[in-house]
Write a protein that binds this ligand. Structure first.
Ligand SMILES: CC(C)(COP(=O)(O)OP(=O)(O)OC[C@H]1O[C@@H](n2cnc3c(N)ncnc32)[C@H](O)[C@@H]1OP(=O)(O)O)[C@@H](O)C(=O)NCCC(=O)NCCS
Length: 196
């Protein structure tokens, strides 16, 4: 099977004139990404995390395991500092391996500049190139900004998982969304394309 190689690197200038780069994550990104997750977690219940939860070693292990499992992890830097992240985790097991689970965040300071959309589009292109049939995600139902982005990219709502996430304020529902990539039905699992 011929696999079209997706673009995993991109550089440009943000709407407010700052240079940005998107590239496969490296181990050295772990402290910056752990700090970014902390900052976003501290904004309230936008993501299923609380500040201080993930230290650098855990973040580093997480990045490595996503890649080892055949997934994708891209870091967005603005002015050379980690300002965003998108990852696609491969589902494990023969009957689930056609689905990738996507998660994204962009630092508060850089939102609304189109960078979230670019990260999502790069991850979706990668999913298509490696033969995933579907990308799915979970989002808090009141995260209107994220849901607007997902809908505009073609994600459809698939249901509500009730009391799915344990947060400090109580158990929260999660909206399930999915994007069909229209790839072939794959037997034996999708192709593996390495981060590079
Ligand atoms: C969701 C998130 C990744 C979007 O990133 P972003 O860089 O702000 O998004 P973009 O600037 O590319 O905007 C993309 C779309 O988001 C939506 N959007 C952006 N700002 C919005 C706002 N203030 N209100 C509602 N929708 C908005 C629009 O649909 C926009 O489409 P457009 O490109 O046609 O204008 C970012 O807001 C974020 O990291 N939020 C905190 C963490 C989070 O919620 N992660 C997702 C958890 S499931």
């Amino acid at each position: 099977m011929t696999v079209t190689r997706p673009v995993l690197r991109r550089e440009g200038v943000t709407r407010n004139g700052r240079p940005y780069a998107i590239r496969p994550s490296q181990d050295a990104d772990a402290p910056g990404l752990a700090g970014l997750i902390d900052a976003v977690a501290g904004e309230g219940e936008l993501i299923a995390a609380v500040p201080g939860e993930l230290d650098t070693i855990e973040q580093s292990a997480r990045l490595v395991s996503i890649v080892l499992e055949g997934g994708l992890t891209l870091t967005l830097e603005v002015d050379g500092v980690p300002a965003g992240h998108v990852m696609v985790q491969r589902r494990a097991g023969r009957h689930y391996a056609h689905v990738g689970e996507i998660a994204i965040l962009v630092s508060n300071a850089q939102r609304g500049s189109g960078l979230g959309r670019i990260l999502m589009e790069m991850a979706i292109d990668w999913g298509r190139a490696v033969g995933l049939a579907k990308i799915s995600l979970r989002v808090f139902p009141d995260n209107t900004r994220a849901i607007a982005l997902y809908r505009s990219l073609g994600f459809e709502e698939e249901g509500l998982a009730r009391r799915e996430v344990r947060m400090p304020g109580g158990d929260r529902d999660m909206l399930l969304m999915g994007l069909a990539l229209g790839g072939p039905d794959v037997t034996g699992g999708p192709a593996i394309l390495r981060n590079e």
